[in-house]
Design a binder for this molecule. Structure first.
Ligand code: GLN
Length: 542
């Protein structure tokens, strides 16, 4: 029997609903249950693919090619369960599906309305594509009270009624602010937010209360009374040092036990959290440290590189070191800007990115890492910039550029117009839609014999997730090989270069895919583990 847990947020945004959902799923897994998490996003975009990282943070890509909310990254990292297309939906997607159905005449003359047509579509989504999961945890984006969230809350109200209490539960994540002038934690905003939910017809079953300090029993009692929630279901969610402590902290506060009691499930035996404890121990008590420069374009908002910073942390955990990230704005290296900021780092990483701004600065960072023998890791755009750098500075292809920035003499990086996915030929041209049309999701890649990448993966065939429109042109393989840069990974048909490396450099690798999306605390990605290992070696040299 699949049970449904709906998580709403109150008072303010950014309380970490995604992390809370992920931590709860991890606790249920530790109790032997199968859990899957989904996210309902009330904004109107069909998916976050066309949104600026500054608006929305990173776009997380699934194996099956969905461009999704970054919370799905937390879900995967905490549960080890790969997310799917059916794990994230937006208002835009729901409406476009309903409207398409209406255009096909499938509603047989009905007037299409929010209730029941939109709410039915939301309910159908929540109930779709379920295998034998014991729990589906459904997180609703935004904060209770947002206008665009209303159809989602209404759909979940109906669903709770249809499923019954034994199969559904509402968790409300809220903030208990500390007001310094009064020297007190305040529960009033939570009371209002729970009342707002009740106006919609949803009675919260459990309050997960974010606070920066212990919530006294008297305050928890007060919330239980005013919010009509059982006292043992008012759970403190106190700030912790590492996100990987969250499951342990929630368990200690009784979250998983309260959820089990709600559904009439056994609370004994205790879940085994030893794996989590070990990850936390390694994350909080490293034996050394390294410094990695991330030279990017959206460095002002670290959520734009969420999976990347997590993957670096996992690489640190694997090597027992703390990874200090130095966030550098690529544009600062342009127009005579100096590269001094890179002098003291143990590794340089140029991450994924779009558009021309900062590209020349990134190329300068590549030159620095290549000439100074500092470990270099180029991801997607960072690989493309590494290839341009070698083409211009070593292979003497002066006009080497990317058509992403407009016409250029030598199209070393060009628009992909045709590729094969699962035996089907995908075609694109300059006029294709921007949304959902990149080369997205998992693709196979064959690794070259005697390459560093092959020894890092310990395999010849790998699968990694992609999100790009441009690609290095195969015709530059030979001239680049003469300069010492090899194409050490290709698509199985040999048409698309997926990995470049410079064998004579201590560690210089560029990958066209996004390995950070598949790194997990219990399974750090081999590329990040090896990059950090190389950075540790580098740190011993300086
Ligand atoms: N803008 C580049 C492309 O579309 C790189 C994309 C990325 O880094 N994800 O190919």
């Amino acid at each position: 029997m699949t049970r449904f847990i709906f998580i709403t947020g109150g008072v303010v945004s950014s309380l970490g609903k995604g992390l809370s959902a992920a931590a709860l799923a991890a606790l249920l897994q530790a109790r032997g249950y199968k859990a899957r998490i989904r996210k309902l996003d009330p904004y109107i975009n069909v998916d976050p693919g066309t949104m600026s990282p500054y608006q929305h943070g990173e776009v997380y890509v699934t194996d099956d090619g969905a461009e999704t909310d970054l919370d799905l990254g937390h879900y995967e990292r905490f549960t080890g369960v790969s997310a799917r297309q059916s794990d994230n939906v937006t208002t835009g997607r729901i409406y476009s599906d309903v409207i398409a159905k209406e255009r096909r005449g499938e509603y047989l003359g009905a007037t299409i309305q929010v209730i029941p047509h939109i709410t039915d579509a939301i309910k159908a989504f929540v109930l779709s594509d379920i295998d034998d999961e014991d729990f589906i945890i459904c997180e609703i984006g935004g904060t209770v009270g947002d206008i665009e969230g209303l159809p989602f809350l209404e759909a979940l109200r109906q669903l709770g009624n249809e499923l019954g209490r034994e199969r559904s539960m509402y968790i409300h994540l809220t903030l208990i602010p500390y007001v310094a002038a009064a020297g007190e934690l305040k529960t009033k905003p939570t009371q209002h937010s729970v009342r707002e939910l009740r106006n919609i017809g949803i009675q919260a079953d459990l309050l997960l209360c974010r606070a920066d300090r212990d919530i006294p029993a008297s305050e928890r009692r007060k919330m239980a009374l005013f919010c009509n929630v059982r006292e043992e279901n008012v759970i403190s969610a106190i700030d912790v040092k590492s996100i990987y402590e969250v499951p342990i902290s929630y368990h200690e506060q009784g979250l998983d036990e309260a959820v089990c009691r709600h559904f009439g499930l056994d609370v004994e035996p205790e879940p085994d959290l030893s794996g989590w404890r070990e990850v936390v121990q390694r994350a909080l008590a490293p034996e050394g440290e390294v410094s990695i420069a991330i030279v990017g374009k959206y460095v002002g908002l670290q959520d734009a590189y969420k999976s990347l910073s997590e993957a670096l942390a996992h690489g640190g955990i694997a090597n027992n070191v703390k990874v200090n990230v130095k966030w550098l704005e690529a544009e600062a290296f342009e127009n005579g800007g100096t590269i001094e900021a890179l002098e003291d780092v143990d590794g340089v990483l140029v991450p994924g990115g779009f558009g021309e701004r900062g590209a020349e600065g990134k190329i300068k960072a590549v030159t620095f890492a290549r000439e100074r023998n500092v470990p270099y890791f180029g991801i997607c755009f960072g690989m493309q910039m590494a290839v341009l750098e070698s083409a211009r500075n070593l292979a003497d292809i002066k006009g080497a550029g990317s058509t992403e920035f407009g016409p250029c003499e030598e199209e070393v990086v060009g628009l992909m117009t045709e590729w094969v996915q699962d035996g089907i030929v995908e075609k694109r041209d300059e006029s294709s839609d921007k949304g959902g049309t990149m080369r997205l999701g998992a693709y196979a890649c064959v690794l070259g014999d005697n390459s560093r990448i092959k020894s890092i993966y310990g395999a010849t065939h790998i699968s990694e997730r992609h999100r790009h429109r441009y690609e290095v042109n195969m015709k530059y393989e030979a001239p680049l090989a003469k300069t010492g840069m090899i194409f050490s990974g290709k698509s199985p048909d040999g048409v698309l270069p997926e990995i470049v490396e410079i064998p004579d450099h201590p560690w210089f690798i560029g990958v066209q895919f996004h390995p950070e999306l598949k790194s997990r605390p219990f399974e750090p990605h081999p590329l990040f583990t090896d990059f950090i290992r190389a950075a540790v070696e580098q740190s011993r040299l300086v």
